[in-house]
Ligand binder design. Structure first.
Ligand code: SAM
Length: 281
C-alpha cells in the first residue's frame, strides 16, 4: 500500500509527497503535529497539515532568514527568534561567533521536543550556551521588550491558528519598540502567487510600513511551500538591505553556505512586476 501526505495549496491545487512512514503524531494545546519520513524530502513535519520543515530544502529558508540581515550589519550581538521551533534558524545564527545572545520564543514546547528527536539536522544547536529558550506566545513576550535586540527574526507559521497574532500591526509596532536604533526585523512574509497567500503578503507589508521607515521584501525559492515562491520582509530603522550590504564584513565570517551568497542577496530584492505592483498598490 502506498502512503501519501497531501497539502491543499488552494481549494483546487494539491501538493503530495509519497511517504515511507509516519514517525510521530500528537495534538498539542496549540496545533496538530505530524512527522513523516519520505524518499524525496527526507524527514519532514507539518503543523495542522501544513508543511513546515523538511531535510531537503530547509537550508534555503534558514540561509535566507539569517544571512541576509547578518550581511547588512555584521555587528549584531543580541538576536530574538520568534517561533522557529525546529531550530534551523538558531543553528544558522550560532555559526556567527560575533553573536553573543540568542533568545528563541516558541509557543509550543512539543514542537521543539519532537524536532530534537526526529529532526536533529535543524535542532542540533538548541543546547548551545548562547541560546535561551522561552516557551510562551511571542506576542506577549514582545510587548515586554524595549530597545533590546539588534535583530528580530519572525520564523512563524502562517497567519492562522497560533501564528495569527504575529502578523498584526500591534505586533510589528512591538517589534519596532523591541529593536535598538540600528535594529533589523526579518519576517515570514508569505507568498505572492496564490490569492490567499498574496492577500496575507499585502497586509503584512502595509502593516510593517506603518511602523518602519525602511520596509523591503525579498524572495527565495522554496520547493515545498505553496507555488514554491516565498518571501521574507526586511524592515529597519536605519539600514537599507542593498545600500548597506557589507560584502567584505560578511566574507570575513568565512561561512560555507549552500544557498546564500552576496550576489544572490542583491538579486533577491529584485521582484517581479506583479509582486511589486501588489506590494505598492
Ligand atoms: N519555516 C516554517 C514556515 O515558514 O512554515 C516555520 C517554522 S517554525 C516550525 C514555526 C513555529 O512558529 C512553530 O513551531 C509554531 O509553534 C511557532 N509559533 C506559531 N505561533 C507562535 C506564537 N504566537 N508565538 C511563538 N511561536 C509561535
Amino acid at each position: 500500500m502506498e502512503l501519501w501526505f497531501s497539502e491543499m495549496h488552494t481549494e483546487n491545487t494539491k501538493f503530495s509527497i509519497k511517504i515511507k512512514e509516519q514517525l510521530f503524531h500528537a495534538n498539542s494545546p496549540f496545533q496538530e503535529i505530524d512527522f513523516f519520513d519520505s524518499e524525496d524530502f527526507g524527514v519532514f513535519f507539518t503543523l495542522d497539515g501544513l508543511m513546515m520543515v523538511n531535510e531537503k530544502d530547509e537550508f534555503i529558508y534558514h540561509d535566507m532568514i539569517t544571512h541576509v540581515p547578518m550581511a547588512v550589519n555584521s555587528n549584531i550581538k543580541k538576536v530574538l527568534v520568534i517561533g522557529g521551533g525546529d531550530g534551523g534558524t538558531v543553528r544558522e545564527l550560532t555559526r556567527y561567533p560575533s553573536i553573543e545572545t540568542i533568545h528563541m520564543v516558541e509557543i509550543d514546547e512539543m514542537v521543539v521536543n519532537a524536532c530534537r528527536e526526529y529532526l536533529p539536522l535543524t535542532a542540533e544547536n538548541l543546547n548551545e550556551p548562547r541560546v535561551s529558550l522561552f516557551f510562551e506566545d511571542g506576542v506577549a513576550f514582545m510587548e515586554r521588550q524595549k530597545d533590546a535586540y539588534g535583530l528580530i527574526l519572525i520564523d512563524s507559521t502562517d497567519p492562522i491558528g497560533p501564528g495569527e497574532g504575529l502578523f498584526t500591526k500591534t505586533f510589528y509596532q512591538s517589534c519596532y519598540d523591541a529593536l535598538k536604533e540600528d535594529g533589523i526585523l526579518i519576517n515570514q512574509h508569505e507568498s505572492p502567487y496564490y490569492t490567499r497567500d498574496r492577500e496575507a503578503m499585502i497586509r503584512a507589508h502595509q502593516r510593517i510600513k506603518e511602523s518602519f521607515p525602511i520596509a523591503k521584501v525579498y524572495q527565495f525559492h522554496m520547493p515545498t511551500y505553496p507555488s514554491g515562491h516565498w518571501l521574507f520582509g526586511f524592515a529597519s530603522k536605519k539600514y537599507d538591505p542593498i545600500e548597506d550590504l557589507d560584502v567584505a564584513s560578511w566574507n570575513r565570517f568565512n561561512l560555507q553556505t549552500k544557498y546564500y551568497n552576496t550576489d544572490l542577496h542583491k538579486g533577491a530584492f529584485a521582484l517581479p512586476n506583479y509582486v511589486k505592483n501588489a506590494l505598492e498598490a
